[in-house]
Design a protein around this ligand. Structure first.
Ligand code: ATP
Ligand code: LTN
Length: 342
């Protein structure tokens, strides 16, 4: 057994993660994040949230945020996250996130936040709305994690810079006030791979991509999924080979990574199976494998999403647990900084 894990419930290490209800969840979100979370439930105490406070850093349609919050929850459940084992809640339903976020804002430097890649990317994308929330996004994310004294945070590669700044903030606070926060570590999914856009395989598959052909939504019909994979951009070389870091092979590498993530096979073994074969055969098999991976999740999702009362009850129970679990950290922080305790 891994030394970080124990069979004793009391001593289980804590995991925290979440997804923003800001768009249709993609195959990238599933393979890069949620799939991994399901397996972690066995060995860790897991807390998974719908990060709605973060979504309003970009302008949203309110009804969409509401609907998508339930969609994200239903997808967690359909993927195999068990509400009896893990805490599932809506971030805005626990006020401690915003409160600790404010405190930590006062322990974070402008210069640190200015270096964040996501801030630079998103402010370029939303030049008309570069708001203070977008700038302090990583501080709220640090609060999310530190409130629960999380040991590990399973995220995709793109979020590692945010985990680093969270550790820096926590270490700074601890240096001033003693051991208040557990210093968390990022946990990359086993496949590790970033799933790339099907149309521009140099950039990541993103749910906010304006071109729907670029991503596979977990909500897409099965025939649409197959069509998108068959239309994925590759190259004119016609050789199925995994060449990491070679921009000319970005499309094929991505399809191999996807195939590997859904089948559990190694990328080079998959490539070997297709030596001498064309892209047509390969894409058709990748499409079948992805459809087989998504189909059962979708069937379960379609059933769960209809049961609003069940979803609401999970949110109520989860919010209560989340408030309770985080209240200890919050009290400690307020005491340390000198706020009067009544
Ligand atoms: P947006 O495109 O709107 O910025 P997103 O698709 O990156 O959003 P998030 O809610 O920010 O989605 O991310 C949820 C989780 O999914 C994170 O852990 C992130 O690392 C992971 N993730 C997102 N896209 C990918 C991808 N293409 N490949 C692997 N993991 C991904
Ligand atoms: N920024 C994250 C979403 C997120 C998150 C968190 C992930 C907000 N708070 C805390 C892990 C832990 C993203 O995936 N884009």
């Amino acid at each position: 057994m891994d030394e970080n894990k124990t069979s004793n419930n009391e001593e289980k290490k804590i995991i925290f993660s979440g997804v923003q209800p800001s768009g249709n969840l993609t195959l990238g979100n599933y393979l890069g994040a949620i799939k991994n979370w399901v397996e972690l439930q066995k060995d860790y105490s897991c807390i998974y949230a719908m990060m709605d406070l973060h979504t309003i850093t970009v302008r949203q349609t309110p009804a969409d945020v509401r609907r998508r919050t339930f969609e994200v929850l239903a997808l967690y459940l359909a993927s195999g996250i068990d509400p009896k084992e893990s805490v599932l809640f809506i971030q805005s339903q626990n006020p401690n996130h915003a409160e600790l976020g404010w405190v930590l804002d006062c322990y974070t430097y402008m210069g640190e936040l200015q270096r964040m890649t996501q801030f630079k990317d998103k402010s370029a994308k939303h030049a008309e709305n570069i708001n203070a929330g977008l700038f302090t996004y990583p501080v709220l994310m640090a609060a999310d994690i530190l409130l629960y004294q999380a040991d590990y945070v399973p995220v995709g590669k793109d979020q590692m810079q945010h985990i680093e700044i969270c550790r820096d903030i926590a270490q700074r606070f601890n240096a001033l006030y003693g051991d208040v926060f557990t210093i968390p570590e990022g946990l990359l999914s086993k496949t590790g791979a970033k799933i790339m856009s099907l149309q521009e395989p140099q950039s990541k598959m993103s749910k906010s991509d304006p071109n729907p052909k670029a991503y596979i939504s977990m909500m897409d019909d099965m025939n649409v999924i197959a069509k998108k994979i068959k239309g994925a951009v590759t190259d004119s070389e016609g050789v199925i080979e995994y060449r990491e870091g070679d921009p000319a092979k970005a499309g094929v590498n991505n399809l191999l990574n996807i195939m590997s993530a859904v089948t559990g096979k190694n990328v080079n073994d998959i490539a070997a199976d297709y030596s001498g074969k064309g892209y047509g055969d390969f894409k058709s098999d990748v499409a079948d494998a992805v459809v087989e991976c998504i189909r059962p999740i979708r069937e379960e999702y379609d059933r769960i999403i209809k049961d609003k009362e069940y979803l609401m009850q999970i949110c109520r129970d989860g919010a209560e647990k989340a408030r309770y679990l985080s209240s200890r950290t919050m009290r400690k922080v307020y005491k340390k900084v000198g706020f009067v305790q009544l």
